[in-house]
Design a protein around this ligand. Structure first.
Ligand code: UDP
Length: 261
């Protein structure tokens, strides 16, 4: 499959057209951003790891019947995905309170929630992705009631599955962000899971030590982001021992190739 023109560039990914109007290529960049783009850097190898981890999780979710946009991974940095119309809401799912909710509501960091909590944020960088109520979604036609009912059911299944998957490899799933999109099927819109699920979009803590294995290493200047993401990939069985070296080497090779172009 050939990469066509650039359709969209986000903070961590680029979307390219293909020769099939229903499919696009999603390219994972090494850019890390936080606090609504105020903090930025490039972390070599991050895109490669997120591509692999997200592929692994979305393939597993397909197997339990969660329809999603992934068609196949093409190479170290690219996936072919179905073109969807993204619902402009970030669905935040929390099992343990940490991050913004602790500051916003004065909740003690690490408080385990009785039930998963779903929060909605409007996807709008200029406004800083503000928290909204479910009623706002319907008042401004960002999604229909039927779509949100379906999304909520999918979210709870995704959360159950992911809690179990990570628990099995000694990781606590603290919280994460999901996005959904509309796919035209026989002239009708079907809501499917879109975007990525990776340590950039989840908070993952080691079950025993509570060590952070996610983007908080960058947000909080803890360092060692690549070793943490590599640890997640290894525990999920995606990378094998000694693959640390190969991720970095392949990244270096691909950046050399890019520079030569
Ligand atoms: N999250 C994300 N993208 C965003 C906002 C949040 O992937 O634009 C993820 C974040 O990594 C965390 C969860 O959603 O796993 C909840 O984030 P929170 O609202 O606590 O945000 P933060 O504390 O980073 O502002």
């Amino acid at each position: 499959m050939k990469r066509g023109k650039k359709l969209y560039e986000g903070k961590a990914k680029i979307i390219y057209a293909t020769n099939d109007k229903n499919l696009v290529i999603q390219y994972f960049k090494d850019d890390a951003t936080a606090f609504n783009n105020q903090k930025k850097t490039i972390i070599e190898g991050k895109g490669v790891l997120n591509n692999r981890i997200s592929e692994h999780i979305l393939l597993n979710l397909s197997q339990i019947g969660i329809k999603n946009h992934l068609v196949k991974r093409l190479n170290m940095r690219e996936q072919v995905i179905k073109l969807v119309e993204i619902i402009p809401i970030e669905f935040i799912v929390r099992n343990v309170a940490t991050g913004s909710i602790t500051k916003r509501l004065g909740i003690e960091d690490g408080t385990v929630l009785k039930e998963p909590l779903i929060e909605y944020c409007l996807k709008d960088d200029k406004l800083g992705d503000p928290l909204i109520a479910e009623e706002h979604i319907f008042a401004f036609d960002w999604a229909t009631k039927k779509e949100i009912e379906k999304v909520k059911k999918m979210i709870l299944r995704i959360n159950d599955f992911m809690i179990g998957m990570f628990r099995g490899v000694g990781i606590k799933l603290i919280d994460f962000k999901l996005e959904f999109g509309r796919l035209k099927v026989n002239d009708k819109d079907e809501v499917i899971l879109a975007d990525e699920i990776s340590p950039d979009t989840c908070r993952l803590w080691d079950s025993i030590t509570d060590k952070k294995l996610d983007k908080d290493r960058f947000r909080k200047n803890l360092g060692d982001l690549i070793p943490a993401y590599t640890e997640v990939a290894k525990r999920l069985g995606i990378l094998h021992e000694q693959s640390n070296v190969s991720v970095v080497n392949v990244t270096k090779l691909s950046s050399v190739k890019r520079k030569r172009k």
